[in-house]
Write a protein that binds this ligand. Structure first.
Ligand code: SF4
Ligand code: SF4
Length: 277
């Protein structure tokens, strides 16, 4: 039976334990989290003025890597596939303006908070304190940055996560006949998954990282490490563009959409083959 338990959840991160899920499926979710869930990011920049020490390309690249709030955008903007080409339809792009000028006698630092939305007040930088560049006296930058939905597989700037990892669920077995309760394994365990308590070796598998340090120090070979079949821990950390739980749900929806597209394509190919034979 398939099950998913949330074992940890914060503002930006979530950890799920997936049970009864084959490795291939769990890994498909992990990859879809990185590559398939759309977010807003700056795609091109129109420079009206740039007398800074940096080239247009360097500034545009820095702007592209600023995470933008995307929760509402998933409903309001067209999907990335609809926004390609030289004349994309409406509802693909929204713009942000950045105007900054150096003061006489001092350098001015320009931050992500200086990117001001022109049309959509919800598509704004997640964090206002990302340094973008510095301007010297009398230097000036004036630009329009255009953002659209995209996917991490097109460019990592659109990926909604900074971390998406899948780990095995450890299985620790201690032989009571061989264990001398010397405590060496507990002393060497970096995550405190093992402890000697009330004359017994206490084991907390949820803390284990399968580093095998305990096995190396146990001379009587009393401790065995393995992992539970079809059980995996999925941990993701959001860039802030989307809530972490939304990212997981969207990843599953994207896999489902791809499978339905594949099914449609297969049915079309089969019916074409049938019509031709
Ligand atoms: S190191 Fe081995 S013998 Fe010592 S407490 Fe751990 S499992 Fe038991
Ligand atoms: S494998 Fe590493 S983390 Fe796990 S119990 Fe042994 S020493 Fe601790």
């Amino acid at each position: 039976m398939i099950s998913a338990d949330v074992v940890e959840k914060g503002e930006l991160e979530i950890t799920l334990v997936l049970r009864g899920v084959p490795l291939e499926y769990a890994n498909a979710i992990r990859r879809a989290v990185i590559e398939e869930v759309p977010t807003m990011a700056i795609d091109y920049v129109v420079f009206l003025d740039n007398t800074s020490a940096l080239s247009d390309e360097i500034i545009a690249h820095r702007l592209a890597m600023v995470p933008l709030r995307s929760d509402g955008a998933l409903e309001r903007y067209r999907r990335p596939e609809e926004c390609r080409g030289s004349s994309p339809p409406e509802d693909c792009y929204t713009s942000l303006r950045l105007e900054a000028e150096g003061r006489s006698g001092e350098e001015v630092a320009v931050y992500s908070r200086d990117l001001k939305p022109q049309e959509d007040p919800e598509v704004v930088p997640v964090y206002g304190d990302i340094p973008l560049f510095k301007l010297g006296p009398q230097q000036r930058v004036d630009l329009e940055a255009w953002a659209r939905l995209g996917r991490g597989r097109e460019h990592i700037k659109w990926s909604p996560v900074t971390v998406s990892v899948l780990t095995y669920m450890p299985k620790i077995t201690v032989s009571p006949e061989r264990c001398t309760l010397c405590g060496l394994c507990a002393e060497s365990c970096p995550t405190k998954a093992l402890a000697i308590e009330n004359g017994r070796l206490r084991v907390d598998e949820s803390k284990c990282t399968l580093c095998r340090q305990c096995v190396k120090v146990c001379e009587p070979e009393a401790i065995e490490l393995d992992w539970h079949k079809d059980e995996y821990k999925l941990r993701i950390e959001s860039s802030g563009a989307l809530k972490p739980e939304r990212i997981v749900l969207e990843a599953v929806a994207q896999i489902k959409r791809k499978l339905l597209d594949f099914r449609e394509e297969l049915e079309r190919a089969l019916s074409a083959k049938g019509a031709g034979s």
